[in-house]
Ligand binder design. Structure first.
Ligand code: G1P
Ligand code: ZN
Length: 543
């Protein structure tokens, strides 16, 4: 007989989960009752009695300890069964797949995504629903509300569950199934893509570098790329997940994956390079001397997805987040399929995927995915690119050039200004919002403003409305400025400035994006008075 302890606790202020669950500094999560309060709030909202959950995380510092606490709390709250990745490891897309594959009641993912990990860095916990996707706002709000009222949590006393061995065990009255984190996911990938064609390409000498950034995709990438597809040993670098990600900032973009960029733009570059983030849902792809912006990646994948067996029947629709460039829209129009523009955050794609309206989804923030799971999926995107390369037998640069020649090019860049004092950032956005209605018709930097608004979204499936999702300033020539504050930062405010300009071609398709966007960048600084409000002129990260 296992004794369930009910431990008195107090609500802890500030436990507001953002768009991707609750993220805090690791010491905060390790503080007294903090993790426990949030986990109990999850169970109080979704109910645990008799239910089956998936559990896993990206292996960052505290992942292993947190898993043991969550298991003991699940048992205390009456859960029937928990399916957990060996070593408490699961990439976010693999967790989403396991939730769906096993028809469970949801899952808990321990990750702060691309944020650095370690004793002084970030930790996070999020809940995914039975469809495999992130909990919708109503549910996360209810969890937050619960953390402000909670007075006790339930936990059993027990030895640690041995998570190093695959197999079934019992924790109190609850079944614990420790599963291989990779095999089901790898089988899913094999069902979607033409593995023989990709293997033949590797066999013919195609070279790739996959940078797993010492984060969760290492074992997945080694198994899929090297073991199953026959890529040369050593194709996967930084392939061992480490609690502090080896000190790397596991965010796959040109700034943080600089070593990969240097290699891909250096002499004797491999044919294809890719990187993924802490929990494996983000991706960056780059050819020899050819960087692929995430917005362009979504468009190219949409235009070529039918070359992969899993998408041979064509796409139902393509969805992108509002700040993502309109490149994918042009493909959707050409294919005669639906196109959707959603607020930032993967959860907004869930209804479109569940309702069968969209097949591919993407965000400018290095997130791409499809209806195979309900999260963005880094390795999936990399494999779809490989499948396309194997069929088209062209370089990444050639595929991009042909794409732009056909559809025109949406020059695109995002400038991030990080760790701004929140009140300064809020004041800037407030002033911008207040002045929006006066903007149309104004000329700035030789561009004419045609419209300006604060993006609002009505979900076409359930009719729910999300307001204030980002300020948009549209210009007569199709250029666009978007500004919003990050919902995932853990230090002050991060201003995201998104810049876009369309070039129809055939001339002017191969400019440097920052040069092509220069007038739009100047206009943004002028219109928002970024320096006046924040003192910042130069962005911290440019993607
Ligand atoms: C960022 C990205 C957004 C993504 C989210 C979770 O959110 O911009 O596209 O969905 O991370 O990976 P933000 O910090 O901008 O709120
Ligand atoms: Zn992530």
């Amino acid at each position: 007989m296992t004794t369930v302890h009910t431990i008195a606790t107090q609500p802890i202020a500030g436990q507001k989960p953002g768009t991707s669950g609750l993220r805090k500094k690791t010491p905060v999560f390790m503080g007294p009752h903090y993790l426990e309060n949030f986990v109990q709030s999850i169970f109080d909202v979704v109910g645990a009695a008799g239910k089956t959950f998936v559990l896993g995380g990206d292996g960052r510092y505290f992942n292993d300890r947190a898993a043991q606490v969550i298991l003991r709390m699940a048992a205390a709250n009456g859960a029937h069964r928990v399916i957990i990745g060996q070593g408490a490891i699961l990439s976010t897309p693999a967790a989403s797949h396991l939730i769906r594959l096993n028809k469970t009641d949801g899952g808990i993912i321990m990750s702060a995504s691309h944020n650095p990990g370690g004793p002084k860095e970030d930790f996070g916990v999020k809940f995914n629903m039975s469809n495999g996707g992130p909990a919708p706002e109503g549910v996360t709000e209810a969890m937050y509300k619960r953390t402000t009222e909670i007075t006790s949590y339930k936990i059993i006393e027990s030895h640690d569950v041995d998570l190093s061995k695959i197999g079934r065990s019992q924790l109190g009255d609850m079944i614990v199934d420790v599963v291989d984190p990779v095999s089901d996911y790898a089988a899913l990938m094999e069902s979607l893509f033409d593995f023989p064609a990709i293997a033949a390409m590797f066999k013919s000498g195609f070279r790739m570098r996959m940078d797993s950034m010492c984060a969760v995709t290492g074992p997945y990438a080694v198994e899929i790329l090297e073991n199953r597809l026959g890529a040369a040993a050593g194709t996967v670098v930084n392939g061992t997940p480490l609690p502090d990600f080896g000190g790397m900032h596991p965010d796959p973009n040109p700034t943080w994956a600089k070593a990969l960029m240097d290699e891909m733009f250096g002499q004797n570059a491999p044919d294809f390079g890719a990187a993924s983030d802490g929990d494996g849902d983000r991706n960056m792809v780059v050819g020899a001397g050819a960087y692929v912006s995430p917005s362009d990646s979504l468009a190219v994948l949409a235009a070529n997805a039918h070359l992969a067996p899993g998408y041979r029947a064509g796409l139902k629709g393509v969805a992108r987040s509002m700040p993502t460039s309109a490149a994918a829209d042009r493909v959707a129009d050409a294919l005669g399929i639906g196109k959707y523009e959603t607020p930032t955050g993967w959860k907004f794609f869930g209804n479109l995927l569940d309702a069968g309206r969209a097949t591919l989804c993407g965000e400018e923030s290095f997130g791409t995915g499809s209806d195979h799971v309900r999260e963005k999926d880094g390795l999936w995107a990399i494999l779809l690119w490989l499948n396309i390369l194997a069929v088209r037998k062209q370089s990444v640069a050639a595929i991009l050039a042909e794409h732009w020649a056909k559809f025109g090019r949406n020059y695109y860049s995002r400038h991030d200004f990080e760790a701004i004092a929140s009140e300064k950032a809020d004041a800037m956005i407030a002033a911008l919002r207040a002045g929006l209605s006066a903007l149309p018709g104004r000329q700035v930097e030789g561009l004419t403003i045609s419209a300006a608004d604060d993006f609002a979204y009505t979900d076409p499936v359930d009719g729910s409305v999300s307001n204030n999702q980002g300020v948009r300033i549209l210009f007569a020539d199709g250029s666009r400025i978007v500004m919003r504050l990050s919902g995932t930062g853990t230090e002050g405010a991060t201003l995201r400035l998104y810049l876009e300009r369309y070039a129809a071609g055939p001339e002017g398709l191969d400019l440097d994006p920052q040069e092509a966007l220069a007038p739009v960048i100047r206009a943004a600084h002028q219109l928002a008075a970024i320096e006046g409000f924040t003192g910042r002129v130069t962005p911290d990260v440019i993607t």
